[in-house]
Design a protein. Structure first.
Length: 95
């Protein structure tokens, strides 16, 4: 896979993750007060992780074709971790 294709794939994944996170924040705002207090620390943590993803993505898009492999693995793991955190937090609202 070429650099441009990898960048586009990550861009799409990041957009989906942001959409899911925005939905989580809406659920938190509409949820019961007690649940909001429980979920807010998780939301804050995910926001920090999303900022980190943005920084990594920017670095990723600026590297040479040769250096992309190492950064691709790191960004993939970070995206997976944040995606799981959003999924876990969202499931609290479905109980």
């Amino acid at each position: 896979m070429k650099k441009d294709e990898i960048i586009k794939t990550f861009q799409d994944e990041i957009e989906v993750l942001h959409t899911k996170f925005d939905e989580l924040k809406v659920q938190a705002n509409l949820g019961k007060h007690e649940l909001k207090q429980i979920i807010q620390p998780e939301i804050s943590k995910i926001e920090i992780q999303l900022e980190d993803i943005g920084k990594r993505y920017k670095q990723f898009s600026q590297v040479s074709e040769d250096a992309i492999g190492d950064l691709k693995e790191g960004l993939s793991l970070t995206l997976e971790t944040v995606s799981e955190a959003v999924k876990s937090a969202s499931q609290r609202f479905k109980r």
